[in-house]
Design a protein around this ligand. Structure first.
Ligand SMILES: Nc1nc2c(ncn2[C@@H]2O[C@H](COP(=O)(O)OP(=O)(O)OP(=O)(O)O)[C@@H](O)[C@H]2O)c(=O)[nH]1
Ligand SMILES: [Mg+2]
Length: 436
């Protein structure tokens, strides 16, 4: 069976998960209201936090899909996924147009040489402005230095909520088949005879933890095949290698994972039996396998200290309260939380580095729910020095407000060292879009 590997990328809330869910529903992989946003914090907050895999079957082809988070704090989840797919669906809200995170994920995709398929989404909105939004997308591609081939992107108009896709807004369509057909046409098959004949080469782009299986790696198979019980070499980015045995192997099937004995080139699998596996390493059958290109992960932007709760109210809320228990838990978190770094060198507190406030807030909320009690310090921005110059992380903000509020917004942001990049009048001059 042929395989296609794609990721869905966009700014937060532009409809990635809704599209993935509807694709699964229309291809019969799920029947009820199940969703890719399966984690309880994801459901409560209505956002995707972890990138997740699924696969659907359409016209005798398996399509592996990675649904990615749109929030900037989880962008390290997106970056490593992009290396393992052959195409991205770039979703853009037909009212909002491209937003800061659209720019970020598109830039990363173009840099990797991917040729996106643009999906102008939420066409059911009464405020839809597909022509303008398409122009803005084209401009963004040009701004980001897309090459001629990338500029010649396919465009699909969709409503992921209604489950409809069209190649032209005037077309008749009742389902997402036009989008699926474009995927089969434009995305190159994930395997070929040459790669299938070679010996195994696979690379993990995501990690998972299972209480019974331990640390698992989600990998793309680039060459050959992988089998349960197989002895493999794992090579790190420095070329050092160690030997392990594959104990279990799973492929993705809708929201489920299906245990298999063998998986072939092009597929995306979850592998158990490699206890110290890390993102970007190369898994192979041969000791002298050339390394697959590494996967870069963005650096943390904020840091804060985690310490034992020594306030007068200590010990009332949690059952795990000691620094030793906290250390054990944080070490476990480091196994799967790739954007996170922790400095354990101080005995009184641990310095935790994250990709943003929400990234750390989600970790803290998970700890609280598991019964951990701790104190934290004020977050601080991480400043790094490069060639003698101090560099500080910054965020892009787009604020859409009625015209009479613009002055107040500019005032508040200027106080916080915001710099205006552009101000645009939108919606017949009644609203103002201010980019900082
Ligand atoms: N009107 C309309 N609303 C939509 C459509 N698709 C998604 N939505 C709504 O947009 C909101 C966000 O949808 P999600 O699918 O969670 O967006 P997402 O891109 O996965 O968001 P993150 O993963 O947090 O970045 C939800 O309230 C959806 O119901 C659409 O086609 N039309
Ligand atoms: Mg989502």
């Amino acid at each position: 069976m042929e395989i296609r590997n794609i990721a869905i990328i966009a700014h937060v809330d532009h409809g990635k998960t809704t599209l993935t869910d509807t694709l699964m529903r229309q291809t019969g992989m799920i029947s009820g209201n199940e969703s890719m946003d399966s984690n309880s914090i994801e459901q409560e907050r209505g956002i995707t936090i972890y990138s997740k895999n699924t696969s659907i079957f359409y016209r005798h082809t398996k399509i592996n899909i990675v649904d990615t988070p749109g929030h900037a704090d989880f962008s390290s989840e997106v970056e490593r996924v992009l290396r393992s797919v052959d195409c991205v669906l770039l979703l853009v809200d037909v009212q909002d147009g491209p937003m800061p995170q659209t720019r970020f994920v598109l830039r990363k995709s173009l840099e990797l040489g991917l040729k996106p398929i643009v999906v102008i989404n939420k066409m059911d909105k009464p405020t839809a402005r597909p022509k303008e939004v398409l122009e803005m997308i084209y401009e963004l591609f040009l701004n980001l230095g897309a090459d001629d081939e990338q500029l010649d992107f396919a465009v699909v108009y969709a409503s992921s909520k209604q489950g409809i896709a069209k190649l032209d807004p005037a077309d008749d369509s009742e389902n997402l088949d036009p989008l699926l057909d474009i995927i089969l046409e434009k995305v190159k098959p994930a395997s070929n005879k040459k790669a299938a004949a070679r010996s195994l080469a696979a690379q993990p782009f995501n990690l998972a933890y299972d209480n019974f299986l331990g640390r698992c790696a989600i990998c793309r198979i680039y060459e050959g095949k992988i089998k349960t019980g197989q002895q493999v070499f794992v090579h790190n980015i420095y070329g050092e290698s160690r030997q392990h045995k594959i104990t279990k192997l799973f492929t993705f099937h809708g929201l489920e994972k299906k245990e298999v004995n063998e998986a072939v080139v092009g597929d995306i699998v979850m592998v158990a039996g490699l206890p110290d596996i890390y993102i970007g390493e190369t898994i192979s059958e041969n000791a002298d396998q050339p390394l697959l290109p590494g996967i870069k992960i963005d650096e943390p932007t904020i840091s804060l200290n985690f310490l034992v709760n020594n306030s007068p109210l200590a010990g009332r809320e949690g059952k795990f309260v000691t620094i030793r228990q906290l250390k054990e838990r944080l070490k476990k978190e480091l196994e799967v939380n790739v954007g996170l770094r922790i400095d354990f060198s101080n005995k009184a507190f641990y310095k935790v580095f994250g990709r943003g406030e929400l990234h750390v807030a989600v970790l803290l909320e998970n700890l609280r729910r598991e019964g951990y009690e701790l104190q934290i310090s004020q977050p601080q921005v991480v400043i790094k020095e490069q060639n003698g110059v101090k560099l500080e992380p910054f965020e892009e903000v787009i604020i859409d407000v009625p015209e009479n509020m613009v002055g107040v917004v500019i005032g508040k942001l200027s106080k916080r060292q915001g710099r205006i990049v552009s101000i645009k009048n939108q919606h017949k001059e009644t609203r103002n879009q201010t980019d900082f």
